[in-house]
Design a protein around this ligand. Structure first.
Ligand code: HEC
Length: 163
């Protein structure tokens, strides 16, 4: 009854040694590096405690800048879009502007020609996207238009009227 546990214990002991040296020799290289790793950060933070705070502030400033840039690009703070959307557009004068500036490509009835059919375009694009479409010139051959905000509001009203 006593011999059984001792046999089991001895079999564990005989199994362990071959594994243990292999593990130690395998990790001896990194084992020497590990104690040294916590050293340098301590020295740095002791030398200049404000360094970490400065890094954090820089990261925050960068993030804030990126967020702002994203907002501006989306046109959310774009003063032109804001001014345009604050105005009430007149679809009749928008229609005149359309026939003069846009009908050559989009057709007199906006049925589509070189440019696409614009009926129902306000289901595909919201007002800010429609404004960007007209003023950005990002989709050649459609040129970059520079209507004043009232003219842009009129064009928007016309595009909604088409829907
Ligand atoms: C030189 C030709 C041309 C003129 C002029 C032009 N467009 Fe376009 N327009 C295009 C083309 C081409 C596209 C398609 C661009 C793309 O998405 O690649 C387009 C796209 C559009 C779209 C987006 C359509 C969609 O399905 O998303 C709108 C809105 C639009 N035009 C409005 C106008 C308005 C308003 C004017 C006049 C102020 C105008 N366009 C003048 C050629 C023109």
């Amino acid at each position: 009854m006593i011999s059984a546990p001792s046999h089991a214990a001895s079999s564990f002991v005989t199994r362990l040694p071959p594994i243990a040296p292999a593990e130690f020799s395998g990790t001896s290289g990194s084992g020497a590096l590990l104690p040294a790793a916590p050293g340098p950060p301590q020295e740095v933070s002791d030398g200049w405690p404000g360094r970490r705070l400065l890094g954090l502030m820089l990261a925050l400033a960068l993030t804030a800048g990126l967020v702002l840039a994203a907002f501006l690009q989306a046109g959310h703070r774009d003063p032109y879009s804001r001014a345009t959307l604050a105005l009430k557009g007149d679809d009749v004068s928008g229609g005149k502007l359309f026939r003069l500036n846009c009908a050559g490509c989009h057709g007199l009835a906006a049925q589509g020609l070189v440019g696409p059919n614009l009926h129902g375009v306000d289901h595909r694009k919201n007002d800010r996207q429609l404004i960007q479409q007209v003023i950005s010139g990002r989709t050649p051959p459609m040129p970059r238009f520079q209507p004043d905000p009232q003219a842009m509001a009129d064009l928007l009203a016309f595009l909604h009227h088409l829907a």
